[in-house]
Ligand binder design. Sequence first.
Ligand SMILES: [Zn+2]
Length: 122
Amino acid sequence: MVIKASCHCKATTFEVTEAPAAVTFCTCSFCSKRGSLWAYYSPAQFKLTSPAENVTVYEWGSKTVKHGFCAVCGCGTFTETPDWSTGEPDFDNPKISVNSRLFDDFDLDQIEVVVIDGKNLW
Ligand SMILES: [Zn+2]
């Protein structure tokens, strides 16, 4: 089931191929302020359906992760990141983490929230 997502002003829209089994809340300094609930996809499962120039990128810390946000309304939208599941960045295995709070017509309350302790991990 394709899920469509949009930022508040709809200048940024995207689609993912399926509902997430779980979403992640990260306690790191960035995510705790942004409030995103992350859902992870491969690049093939993600499609940006609005102009790329409406996305602005923020990078911090190691600068290996590109945090996108809407250039118009500021909503955190999606992030391009290497795979970190081994603890080291795997640039051959890129992931797109999308802010599931932007999903339209989707009941996020039914999805399990996994908390990761980013505050102490990075
Ligand atoms: Zn926007």
